[in-house]
Design a binder for this molecule. Structure first.
Ligand SMILES: *[C@@H]1O[C@H](CO)[C@@H](O)[C@H](O)[C@H]1NC(C)=O
Ligand SMILES: *[C@@H]1O[C@H](CO)[C@@H](O)[C@H](O)[C@H]1NC(C)=O
Ligand SMILES: *[C@@H]1O[C@H](CO)[C@@H](O)[C@H](O)[C@H]1NC(C)=O
Ligand SMILES: *[C@@H]1O[C@H](CO)[C@@H](O)[C@H](O)[C@H]1NC(C)=O
Ligand SMILES: *[C@@H]1O[C@H](CO)[C@@H](O)[C@H](O)[C@H]1NC(C)=O
Length: 495
């Protein structure tokens, strides 16, 4: 591990134990004089960093000037940060860095979602595992062993994947559900992408082995090193990773040639993939046909389809105990509301996914087979303005429907309350109305089935984070045997 004496390091994540804008500068060695060649090279280098708009993968490695006054810089962002945001974050931190660590020949800043590191020596492709900065969340877990074990496993899995990243990105983020503490732990790992796989693995393994020193029993923590860093927390703090389009071109020739190079690089894999897929399809079809004709003398003309449907039904079926655990045994504290067909509970699946579970009132006469068939039909209805049915669960006379969880409650919660009503301006209301209509058109005209909702009302319009509406409870009439002549039908045929 190389010594790193001329270091100045800072960090800012307000939520953390460290104060916002915490600066720790080591000022003992390695100052440069103002207006020296190095100073000017560094200034030029740093100020040009955000001009590299051609880079779309969040890694900036540049140098400027001649030895011995050459300045080197590396800036890297988490894989979920848009290139524009990344450049802005890096650029914004430069002023802060120079103010906190004036005249330091080498300095590093760990931001919440980026690392910026400059030096007067070449730092490209260099593995530096010290110094290390630890940060942790104040909250403690009551299940230290299980929680920390889950964190370590998550980090090891992420490391294995991140190390395989190419020279543009070595970053991986995911979550894991820890069953004893009932927490979903979110985490990411990141290496400087110009490291080799082995260097990345070594750096992250070192960081993982330090988690117990840093953050034992803490529900969240950061281990920050120059070449790599990791973080875990009991809440989601990253977005989905931005997909990088094509693999990096290996030879950078003149622009004309590199254009053809790109076209070939894209077209060849696409053609290959399509060909391979077609071959696989043909092969599977032939094989299936063969199996069917062997067993049934070819009697099943559309056997494929039936088999597919059965597989789908099975993948839609959730284990009853899983759902019982997910909703803490249908506890009152998880109750979201009471609908026309039963009570709705909030739940959390072992993989951390939030769900809404509708426990159907037990007087449905429908048999299991019909019920499964109807669930299959309704689950096929997918539209962004419909609450998605994820599956079902059966046990004895218990029937459960499992839906995606929509965060912002229902429309009635907003429009019938004077304070909350104010959050909805007319523009937003108009948007909501348009989206509801889109959902209805889909149900009435564009879906495979024609579904008439029969109970559309504000409490059946759920709103997501972005206040986008999703219609709920559609297709439920199909899941119940409803006698049209019965008096209580009016209960579900609403507004
Ligand atoms: C470097 O500069 C800082 C102030 O910017 C000063 O406190 C420190 O003593 C200097 N170190 C050396 C070795 O000159
Ligand atoms: C920096 O140095 C150059 C020449 O070496 C000089 O012309 C300039 O005035 C100096 N600037 C400052 C701010 O000292
Ligand atoms: C970078 O930051 C500087 C000052 O903080 C600002 O003047 C400049 O416009 C920024 N550059 C970009 C591309 O945002
Ligand atoms: C967490 O535990 C530490 C000691 O292990 C204690 O000092 C700290 O106050 C605890 N934090 C909270 C938020 O309870
Ligand atoms: C800068 O990074 C890119 C992408 O990782 C890499 O291909 C290139 O060789 C690096 N440049 C230097 C000078 O290390």
């Amino acid at each position: 591990m190389a010594l790193f004496p001329f270091l100045c390091y800072l960090f800012f994540i307000a939520a953390y134990h460290a104060k916002a804008d915490d600066a720790l500068c080591d000022n003992n060695i390695g100052n440069y004089t103002s207006n020296s060649t190095y100073d000017n090279n560094l200034k030029t280098l740093l100020s040009s960093l955000s001009s590299h708009t051609e880079i779309n993968y969040g890694f900036y490695n540049f140098s400027y000037g001649e030895e011995p006054n050459k300045a080197y810089v590396i800036g890297v962002c988490r894989g979920d940060i848009e290139p524009n945001q990344c450049r802005t974050n890096l650029n914004n931190s430069i002023g802060y860095l120079r103010e906190q660590c004036p005249n330091q020949k080498e300095a590093i800043v760990w931001g919440g979602d980026f690392t910026l590191w400059y030096s007067n020596r070449s730092i490209f492709g260099l593995l530096e595992t010290s110094p290390t900065l630890y940060l942790y969340l104040q909250r403690n877990t009551s299940y230290v062993d299980q929680y920390m074990q889950a964190v370590a496993n998550l980090m090891r899995n992420l490391t294995a994947k991140a190390a395989l990243g190419d020279s543009r990105r070595k970053y991986e983020a995911d979550s894991v559900f820890e069953t004893t503490s009932f927490e979903t732990i979110y985490g990411y790992v990141l290496c400087m992408p110009d490291l080799s796989s082995q260097q990345c693995t070594d750096c992250l393994n070192a960081a993982i082995s330090e988690i117990p020193n840093c953050c034992n029993g803490k529900m969240g923590g950061n281990v920050l090193k120059p070449s790599c860093r990791l973080r875990y927390d009991p809440y989601r703090f990253f977005n989905s990773t931005i997909v990088l389009d094509s693999p990096p071109s290996t030879n950078n020739t003149s622009s004309g040639q590199s254009k053809t190079g790109t076209v070939i690089a894209v077209v060849v894999p696409v053609v290959t993939v399509v060909l391979v897929l077609i071959l696989i399809c043909i092969y599977l079809r032939l094989r299936k046909r063969k199996q069917f004709s062997k067993a049934n003398n070819g009697a099943y003309e559309d056997g494929d389809e039936d088999e597919d449907e059965i597989t789908i039904v099975e993948s839609l079926q959730f284990n009853f105990d899983t759902i019982r655990v997910a909703t803490s045994d249908f506890s009152d504290s998880n109750k979201l509301g009471q609908g026309g067909f039963g009570v709705v509970y909030r739940g959390k699946l072992p993989n951390g996914q939030m769900i809404a579970v509708k426990r159907l009132s037990k007087d449905s006469d429908q048999g299991d087979v019909e019920f499964k068939n109807e669930v299959l039909l309704v689950a096929k209805l997918q539209h962004r303005n419909l609450v998605r049915l994820l599956g079902f669960s059966l046990e004895g006379r218990e029937k459960l429907l499992i839906y995606e969880y929509v965060t912002n409650k229902s429309l009635d919660y907003f429009i019938f309350n004077p304070a909350r009503r104010a959050q909805l301006n007319w523009e937003k209301r108009y948007d909501i109305i348009k989206c509801i209509v889109r959902g209805l058109i889909y149900l009435h005209e564009d879906s495979r089935l024609r579904i008439i909702h029969r109970d559309l009302k504000a409490s059946n319009i759920l709103l997501d984070d972005g206040m986008n509406p999703k219609i709920s409870d559609f297709g439920l009439a199909r899941l119940f045997v409803i006698d049209q002549t019965q008096g209580n039908t009016s209960k579900i045929v609403g507004t």
